[in-house]
Design a protein around this ligand. Structure first.
Ligand code: 5AD
Ligand code: SF4
Length: 477
């Protein structure tokens, strides 16, 4: 594997493009054998990073001649896994059982596993022992090599496993297949250096590496030329973008460059760490016409004692001060967050602090999680103070407060006229479409599929808790 690490990004990109051509020959052979176009299905677990990785995998599969379908009856099924909490792992094992039963009936079916879970040695051991019929396993660091791995899988009748501990390689310019024609995620950095004590991400995604700003801007320009109007800049900790690059750049400066790109009308980003959110960034957001009025700012806990044990490097006062500053500069900003309940050592009084914090900040929404022990992280060796039952009760209290607050916040927008980007036909009513506001709220309103990907002016007529029913108004202009 050493030689792979030593190639330059350009050499590697070229090599993978050649591998795609080779995969195309192998897939055409398969097509002749089957008497029809081979199908594949990529199932994504986890976060936006994984969703973006799946688009890269789908791009290569499509270029190789596979037909992408949504059903796991496909000739090739790939699970792009997540391991941030144990229930993510359990979901994968559960579904893998069903998949392997299908393969038993149809041995020609191929199964591949990739993503964060595959970076854990205990997972690989378990798969080798109990799920040995899986055809291909690779990790997060060598996803750019997927075309080459696909060829190996199609050519050889053995199980292919390729997991790397680390990489500093960023390979540009490989094919992708976007899920939405009008919006796209863009990786601006990979990995994480924060080492929050509960979190497995630094171990499965490796050290923080930023892409050169010119590569990011070129990619977004190409996306804009291809009809993309909304971009989501992705990184585990976007606020520390640029560290380690030779150019003089910060995340705020990168946003200013993206703002200049013609055709891009909305810019989002994820995720921000409160400790690194600069005044420069707040000012750039405030003055921007394109950066959306939404900030996802994970709090994790409202108790300074627990925050310290979590190694978050801020306390409740610092978080509150930051929110105050944000709201003063950008009054219409929606703030959402992540909260963990049941971290080792947490007691009811800590949760009281979290609940007070939710009230004080007035979060527009929050994802709440029960702490999940991740082997290898510092928190895994810390003792729990609450029983499972107590944790579950405290979780319910937090969830209730989050829901109340989110509802109050959402209600405030009733009656407003807003601009929305229409994303899809409503799942439950084919005569309605669903649009997203700049602040990330959703509104459903009467309309047809021709509106998808366009901006509409909509009045938020009726509040339904976390979303709105609206009506379209004639375009301003
Ligand atoms: N247990 C529970 N939640 C976790 N998260 C990360 N690691 C864990 C864990 N071990 C949550 C954090 C993070 C979100 C993506 O997942 O809240 O912000
Ligand atoms: Fe995303 Fe983290 Fe899950 Fe990996 S482990 S998919 S980076 S949330």
């Amino acid at each position: 594997m050493e030689t792979d690490h030593q190639r330059t990004s350009e050499e590697e990109s070229l090599r993978q493009k050649e591998a795609v051509l080779h995969a195309r020959e192998l897939v055409s052979q398969l097509e002749r054998d089957l008497g029809r176009q081979p199908t594949c299905c990529v199932t994504t677990f986890g976060c936006q990073m994984n969703a973006r990785d799946s688009e890269k995998i789908c791009g290569i599969l499509r270029e190789s001649g596979y037909q992408l379908i949504e059903e796991e009856t496909a000739d090739l099924v790939i699970y792009n896994t997540c391991t941030v909490r144990d229930n993510a792992n359990q979901r994968v094992y559960g579904r893998l059982g069903t998949l392997l039963a299908m393969k038993k009936k149809n041995p020609a079916k191929k199964i591949a596993l990739c993503g964060c879970m595959m970076q854990e040695s205990a997972v690989i051991e378990k798969i080798l022992k109990s799920y040995s019929q899986v055809d291909l396993i690779f990790g997060t660091h060598n996803i750019y090599k997927f075309a080459e791995l696909l060829c190996l899988m199609l050519e050889e009748k053995r199980q292919i496993i390729d997991i790397w501990e680390e990489t500093d390689q960023i390979v540009e310019d490989l094919p992708t297949h976007r899920k939405y024609p009008f919006k796209s995620g863009i990786n601006i950095m990979f990995g994480c250096n924060n080492f929050c004590s509960y979190c497995i991400v630094p171990y499965v995604r490796g050290r923080e590496r930023s892409r050169a700003s010119s590569e990011i801007v070129d990619e977004i320009r190409a996306l804009a030329a291809d009809g993309v109007v909304e971009v989501m800049l992705l990184g585990q900790n976007v606020n520390s973008y640029g560290k380690g690059l030779s150019e003089d750049i910060t995340f705020a400066k990168l946003l200013q460059q993206v703002e200049q790109i013609e055709g891009i009308r909305r810019i989002r980003f994820m995720t921000s760490h409160p400790k690194d959110l600069s005044d420069e960034l707040i000012a750039v957001m405030r003055d921007s016409q394109k950066i959306c009025r939404h900030l996802h700012l994970p709090l994790q806990s409202g108790s300074s004692r627990i925050l310290e044990k979590m190694n978050r490097r801020y306390d409740r006062e610092a978080y509150l001060a930051l929110v105050k500053k944000l709201k003063a500069e950008i009054p219409d900003l929606s703030i959402t967050t992540d909260i963990i309940v049941g971290f080792p050592g947490e007691v009811k009084e800590d949760v009281d602090d979290t609940i007070r914090m939710i009230e004080e900040v007035g979060f527009d929404n929050a994802f709440t999680f029960i702490y999940s022990k991740r082997t290898g992280t510092p928190a895994a060796t810390m003792e729990n103070a609450m029983s499972e039952k107590e944790i579950s009760e405290q979780f319910d209290r937090v969830l209730k407060k989050v829901q109340e607050t989110a509802k109050q916040q959402t209600l405030k927008h009733t009656g407003k006229t807003v601009e929305v980007l229409v994303e899809e036909v409503n799942e439950h009513d084919a005569d309605m479409v669903t649009g997203r506001l700049s602040n990330n709220l959703l509104v459903h309103f009467p309309g047809g599929p021709e509106l998808i990907g366009t901006f509409c002016t909509v009045k938020l007529v009726e509040n339904k808790g976390f979303y709105f029913i609206g009506e379209q108004l004639p375009r301003k202009q």
